[in-house]
Design a protein around this ligand. Structure first.
Ligand SMILES: [Zn+2]
Length: 217
């Protein structure tokens, strides 16, 4: 475990909403202005308003049993029962983040985004030399899936807002290598399409496959 990870960059790149979506529980949350509220996913709470997220501040708080709060790293660390570092690495994997590098944000790219890390950040993240393999950037995908249906009922069923579906380019793939799947385009730090993540829509017949189990002897 010598992968380097920049906590600050991960926190800046991933929103709590994306993490809730990753867990497939974003639909349980109601948005009101800058905040989301829903049942606490950390203590499996049932109270629909105990867990609050500030979208602007990208932080959460559970007013129930946890009686605690924090940022996106602390959320994943608690949810997965791992260290903050492991949580940061998991987020890098889930969201294809370049480790130890500030991901480009098209809307708010700062002129100093490329400048070397401040000693403070480096010390905070306890920097180790990155492994050579991790430096390989994701190559842009040579094609783009066509005829993605953003209005597929499964998407609405999962509680994804039209705004979020449009923002992430999510859609039901009607033809191509991802047919029958809800696909999510994945972009690299330069905003280039590098992959698609796909999962079968629940209503799809592909889902009705039942694994065969050998009868007990
Ligand atoms: Zn809680």
């Amino acid at each position: 475990m010598s992968r380097f990870v920049d906590f600050k960059a991960v926190k800046a790149a991933v929103s709590l909403l994306q993490v809730l979506e990753h867990y497939g529980i974003a639909g349980k949350f109601k948005r009101s202005g800058d905040s989301l509220s829903g049942p606490c996913p950390l203590h499996d709470g049932q109270n629909p308003t105990q867990f609050r997220v500030s979208i602007g501040k990208n932080c959460w708080h559970c007013f129930g049993r946890c009686n605690d709060g924090g940022n996106v790293l602390e959320f994943v660390a608690r949810k997965e029962s791992v260290s903050l570092r492991e949580a940061a690495l998991m987020l890098c994997d889930w969201f294809q983040l370049p480790e130890g590098e500030k991901p480009a944000d098209k809307r708010s790219q700062e002129p100093d985004a490329k400048k070397p890390e401040s000693p403070k950040t480096a010390a905070k993240a306890k920097a180790k030399a990155p492994e050579p393999d991790d430096d390989t950037p994701n190559k842009p995908l040579g094609f783009e899936l066509q005829s993605l249906d953003a209005a597929h009922p499964y998407i609405a069923e999962r509680g994804m807002s039209a705004e979020c579906v449009a923002h992430f380019g999510i859609g039901y793939c009607q033809k191509g290598s991802m047919t029958g799947r809800i696909v999510v385009p994945i972009h690299n730090a330069d905003g280039q399409l590098v992959a698609y993540a796909g999962r079968y829509a629940k209503s799809d017949s592909h889902d009705s496959v039942v694994p065969l189990v050998a009868p007990a002897a």
